[in-house]
Design a binder for this molecule. Sequence first.
Ligand SMILES: [Zn+2]
Ligand SMILES: [Zn+2]
Ligand SMILES: [Zn+2]
Length: 339
Amino acid sequence: MPLKRSDQSGREVQKELSLLSPTEWNFLKIIHDEKISEIKPRITNYGFSYRHIIEGRGLDISDEELNSILKKYSVAGIFREKYYDSIIICPECNSALFDIRYHCEACGSTNISYGEALEHLTCGYVDFIKSFAEKDYICPKCGKRLRAIGVDYRKVGRVYRCTECGFSSTSIETRIYCARCGSRVDENPKILHGYSYVVSEEKLRKFLESRNIVMQVEDSLNRLALTYKMNYTIKGESGISHVWPFAIWIENLPSASPDLTIEILPVSNIEELTSMIMKTAIKKADTTVSNALLLTQVKPDKTTCKVGDSLNIEIKYIQHAQEIFNHISETVQRLKRSQ
Ligand SMILES: [Zn+2]
Ligand SMILES: [Zn+2]
Ligand SMILES: [Zn+2]
């Protein structure tokens, strides 16, 4: 039975929970603590960069890493990708630094000058005023002296003139080359789309909080010297694979089904908590896990606790990090006594 798309992506986020690297954690913490609502790129010689966000914070992170973090947490719904701008980059080396060159429209030479020019009407020769002046106003083409403006010569304004072939024109062929590798860019431009990342403050906060609980749980299990596995997948009787953030073995070997599972509910209100409890109950029933401990940062009401009790799910409300160790320790002691 295939899982629904939303379930799969939800599981993906859950899975990523423990895979948060210190770099990711620090980066996300900066975004959260600085209350950055939108991560906008800056255009650099190599395209779009988000480095300025972490500048001067001692975070050793490459542009590629930063881009992949932004993409990853956009998929997880913490950021929303938004079109920002497009730039052209070199198709060969991805550089965004270019040289612009003028080429003669007639012969292709780059030996071009630009300036005020005159046309000798008698023969049609065009050259810069400066060049005519240097030759004492004797036309180099026909050898005749220029006499009166509007009669035998005229001003043609500013033109591009090729020194190689003499072609003059008010227009010019512009070619763009990569300043780094010299490739012609304008014939085969690569367009790079840049995105800004709109931060979902609430989702980011919940994510960091849950991650915090994950770290505390991990730390507690290590202190209690328990055998555990993170993101433990159990194939349910229905055929669906369920992931438990933590699976713990107190007496049995890790080959058997876990003695205890811990679920972390990073929710913000009681309605969400109730629905998460129901989901956990289904997961528990399907995987025949006997004991489940639920850690949540929302205070459960009496009804919720009753529901939990009847489903044999222990719901623990976490206000302070140190409570996590006590709750896990108590549950483990109780299970040891009953075994
Ligand atoms: Zn030319
Ligand atoms: Zn002439
Ligand atoms: Zn290049």
